[in-house]
Design a protein around this ligand. Structure first.
Ligand SMILES: Nc1ncnc2c1ncn2[C@@H]1O[C@H](COP(=O)(O)OP(=O)(O)O)[C@@H](O)[C@H]1O
Ligand SMILES: O=P(O)(O)O[C@H]1O[C@H](CO)[C@@H](O[C@H]2O[C@H](CO)[C@@H](O)[C@H](O)[C@H]2O)[C@H](O)[C@H]1O
Length: 512
């Protein structure tokens, strides 16, 4: 969470009595469990303390032997040595059972721990989404718009949510957590949350209301209300942690989860691309269709949401921001440092474009488009999902209108990523994917699909992104820098994938 949004976030611990003690009893198990979660952003630093923003019983846990309780928490995890303003805010849904009737063995992997003292003493807490009883209860809540303490459950008018669908948590390696209900709906629970509507609700809702058939339309969602008053504070430290004081106000509600139809019979673009590569099969017809689908979504977003034009100042500021991201990534990833001078040229050329009087239309975009974010359904029809944007960027930044080439650059990078996968005939490396130089086929395959994607985009949009070479180059460079940081943090054995593109981009002259 950014400093400014954090300081505006008020505390709402009124929904649960003894919130401070509650947090105190959870601090130790959470300090061990949180850093192991894929969606936890602060893996590189120890947790220094927690602050509770809201705590809400969605199902009370009343006494020994009772049915499981469902406890909703929004808490801040402060990094060791950092202050409250550098803390991230996370959403947790905890199952709570009496230790005398603990969760059944099939929930063993979902166990978080046994709180020591406080109101949860003698209880077992675990990931609620893995418990069919509790995941089912959440669906009921989504089907019946209501307020529960600081939480508000909402449903799109004219929709209904069927009850009794069997839940299963999605096993995918995700930035958030999802549950599929009876293969009919999928609920995405956002993990690291910030004040403001999440673009993964805002954009699909706007597109669906506009009439786009390229996105699953949100059926229901829930959010934490903006609190106008500071109602209290509760902090707790894990073992060895320091102290923190928190206070503030918030203006915007936080989007916490979105329910949307589950698209059955689909495969994601990443799997399809890898299959095509493994079978040495042409993929250009699919890539062309994907370009068309992307252009249609862009047209819908431009119709449904505000657009603007980036002039000299805005293009210069964009180039500066890209340069700052490059410098920051260079500080974090030493491998990137030698290539910075060549990469900066791409950003300089963008600023120069602005100074020469060029302008560029900007609008809301997907923000993190890649082959894993597109699903191919019956007849090969593409749908786009996950409009959250790059999870590491502050939410206000993700909601700013941008040139459409940002998404195009993302997808072009993805074809390059796919081409870095080792061919099945070769032994699979335990240390991540191979390099793009493995064979000429993969390199040609990526180039052909990058072209086909742009051609498809041009067919539907009427403008060919390849004609905006300076813009595209700057955005592709910026995306690759982001990927370097992402891989260094999350999948170090994949770091060489964006690094091979960095070498190419840094060496190739920038043509204007
Ligand atoms: N509406 C949907 N229908 C079918 N599968 C979906 C749908 N939405 C998401 N998925 C599946 O769930 C996975 C994770 O969803 P995503 O929105 O990308 O989550 P995250 O932001 O956590 O990465 C996707 O890769 C896709 O396989
Ligand atoms: O899908 P997410 O919203 O979690 O996006 C993040 O993770 C992606 C990886 O899962 C990452 O994408 C990068 O790897 C992909 C292959 O796994 C590749 O297709 C993309 O082009 C590449 O950027 C994405 O950057 C990150 O934000």
């Amino acid at each position: 969470m950014s400093e400014s949004s954090l300081s505006r976030t008020a505390l709402r611990t009124d929904a649960v009595p003894c919130a401070g003690e509650l947090l105190g009893s959870l601090a130790r198990p959470l300090a061990e469990w949180l850093p192991r979660q894929r969606w936890f952003a602060g893996k590189d630093r120890a947790i220094g303390g927690f602050g509770l923003l809201t705590a809400t019983w969605l199902l009370p846990c009343d006494g020994p032997g009772e049915a499981p309780g469902l406890l909703h928490l929004l808490l801040r995890a402060r990094h060791h040595g950092g202050d409250a303003r550098s803390a991230d805010c996370y959403q947790l849904l905890l199952g709570v059972r009496d230790a005398a009737s603990p969760p059944p063995p099939e929930l063993a992997a979902a166990l978080i721990g046994r709180p020591d003292g406080g109101p949860l003493h003698g209880r077992v807490v675990y990931e609620a989404l893995h418990d069919p009883l509790l995941a089912g209860h959440l669906l009921q809540r989504l089907g019946a718009p209501a307020r529960v303490g600081p939480l508000r459950f909402r449903r799109e008018p004219g929709t209904a949510v069927p009850m009794g669908l069997t839940p299963r948590p999605l096993a995918a390696d995700q930035s958030n957590s999802s549950v599929v209900y009876g293969d009919r709906y999928i609920l995405k629970l956002f993990r690291r949350v910030e004040p403001g509507i999440n673009p993964d609700l805002e954009l699909p809702l706007a597109l669906a209301r506009y009439g786009s058939g390229r996105v699953p339309a949100p059926t229901a969602w829930f959010e934490a209300e903006a609190a106008s008053e500071i109602t209290g504070t509760a902090t707790a430290q894990p073992p060895g942690g320091g102290s923190s004081e928190e206070s503030g106000r918030t203006a915007a509600p936080l989007t916490l989860g979105v329910l949307q139809p589950f698209l059955t019979g689909c495969r994601d673009g990443w799997q399809l691309a890898l299959d095509a590569l493994a079978e040495r099969r042409d993929f250009t017809s699919e890539a062309r269709g994907l370009g068309r689908a992307t252009a249609e979504v862009h047209t819908g977003l431009a119709e449904a949401l505000p657009v603007c034009v980036l002039g000299r100042d805005a293009l210069e500021r964009t180039a500066e921001a890209m340069t700052r991201r490059l410098e920051a990534a260079g500080r974090a990833v030493p491998e990137l440092r030698p290539y910075r001078p060549g990469l900066r040229d791409a950003f300089r050329a963008l600023a120069e474009l602005g100074r020469e009087g060029h302008t560029c239309p900007a609008q809301r975009v997907h923000g993190d488009l890649h082959l894993g974010q597109v699903l191919s359904g019956p007849g090969g029809r593409w749908s786009l999902i996950d409009f959250e944007g790059e999870p590491a960027r502050p939410l206000p930044e993700r909601r700013v209108p941008q040139p459409v080439v940002r998404d195009i650059a993302g997808m072009l990078r993805s074809f390059d990523y796919a081409a870095c996968q080792r061919q099945p005939a070769e032994p699979r490396s335990a240390s991540g994917p191979a390099g793009p130089g493995d064979d000429g086929f993969a390199r040609r395959w990526a180039a052909a699909n990058r072209d086909a994607f742009c051609a498809g985009y041009a067919e539907a949009a009427g403008t060919d992104p390849r004609e905006e070479a300076t813009l595209l180059r700057a955005y592709e460079t910026d995306k690759t820098v982001y990927e370097v940081l992402y891989e260094a943090r999350h999948r170090p054995t994949w770091l060489h994938v964006p690094m091979s593109a960095i070498r190419r981009l840094a060496a190739a002259p920038v043509h204007r």
